[in-house]
Design a protein around this ligand. Structure first.
Ligand code: KG4
Ligand code: ZN
Length: 346
């Protein structure tokens, strides 16, 4: 098999992205270009992503981002072997924009189209960055997802745990909003927590101690609201203490939940030739306290902890191009041009 190059397109949420990634016959991947346009400013006034605004912004930006991705890789469409576009899950307006664009390019150039599951893109990124072998465990923590996934192979995934209410990033965002901190809330809560006392409030640690591997964060948000309402007026120090206590509750919860996941992995696979790996993905992976917690649980269970560069943890098109390359390498079929976007796709 020759060196293959794929154009990736990602438009499932509030990032418009295009990338060119290549794969050597030995499985080594290389990102030739990776351009991302965040719509953060368009949405921040509303305190969250507005689907209609997102879809319009994708329409306006995507063509020029694809041109930029090609230019930075010093290539034209004639040089790519295939197109990979996110077809779900996500906001339907954005998915339509990206998938239609991918189909149009595929039709005009006669190249194959791969319709990619966004979560699969996150799941396979560690094979691009670290050349990981299967199986491994993935913790996806973003504004929309909190999932612990066993990655067994391309297209072979087992979901071991998911949130039964809010996603972890959503819990950070809602906590920030309650405290009058800016959107997105994660970075704001983390920054405020630095000067706070994590022991001042004891917030709930949902599902801790239970054998199932699910997550729950809505009770935590309610407890934060009650704590804030009980103080009047709320000072900056109170906010810092609440944020620090919130992060502490999150860390303790994750320590329990993920620790059980690693234990289950070890029971299932027994001693392996190489150390098994825990990979983190999603925007919340930026959180330093969470990273430290995951590193320490990994050490404790004999795992390697892998945190890809943040630009590849958050939404990007390189992971979509790579997922397409993985499918090609497995001789999996391309998609028919009649393929439809799916806002929900487990
Ligand atoms: O993966 P991502 O960029 O986008 C989607 O969810 O689509 O994740 C964004 C989420 C937001 O909820 C944001 O508040 C959270 O990641 N986040 C953080 C931090 N940076 C971003 N949460 C905690 N600590 C951070 N430093
Ligand atoms: Zn994502």
């Amino acid at each position: 098999m020759a060196v293959l190059r794929v154009l990736g397109i990602e438009t499932s949420c509030d990032e418009t992205a295009a990338a060119i990634v290549e794969r050597e016959p030995d499985g080594t991947g290389r990102i030739l270009s990776d351009v991302v346009l965040s719509q953060l400013e368009e949405h921040s006034a509303y305190g969250g992503v507005v689907p209609e605004i997102a879809a319009r912004a994708h329409v306006e930006a995507l063509d020029s981002l694809i041109e930029q991705a090609l230019a930075r890789a010093d290539m034209s469409l004639a040089d790519v072997d295939a197109i990979a576009a996110t077809s779900g899950p996500g906001l339907i307006g954005g998915l339509i924009v990206g998938l239609m664009t991918g189909k149009a390019i595929a039709m005009a150039t006669g190249k194959p189209l791969y319709a990619i599951n966004h979560l699969e893109g996150h799941a396979l990124t560690a094979r691009l960055t670290d050349g990981l072998a299967f199986p491994y465990l993935l913790l996806l923590v973003s504004g929309g997802h909190t999932q612990l996934i066993l990655v067994k192979g391309v297209g072979e995934y087992e979901r071991w745990g998911t949130t039964i209410d809010d996603a972890l990033g959503e819990a950070f965002d809602k906590t920030a909003k309650l405290l009058g901190l800016p959107y997105p809330g994660g970075p704001a809560v983390e920054a405020a927590a630095v000067s706070g006392n994590p022991k001042r409030f004891t917030f709930p640690r949902p599902l801790v101690g239970e054998a199932r591997l699910d997550f729950s964060f809505s009770g935590l948000k309610t407890a934060v609201r009650q704590a804030a309402e009980a103080i009047a007026p709320v000072t900056d120090q109170d906010i810092a203490d609440i944020c620090a206590s919130f992060q502490d509750a999150v860390s303790r919860t994750m320590r329990d939940r993920i620790g059980r996941g690693l234990q289950r992995f070890n029971e299932r696979f027994g001693p392996m030739a190489e150390k098994p790996s825990l990979v983190v993905a999603g925007g919340v992976a930026a959180n330093k306290e969470l990273r430290q917690t995951l590193q320490s649980i990994s050490d404790g269970h004999g795992f390697r902890f892998i945190a890809p560069p943040l630009s590849l943890c958050t939404d990007n098109a390189a992971m979509i191009a790579w997922a397409g390359l993985e499918r090609i390498a497995q001789n999996l079929p391309a998609d028919d041009l009649t393929v439809s976007p799916r806002s929900r796709w487990p």
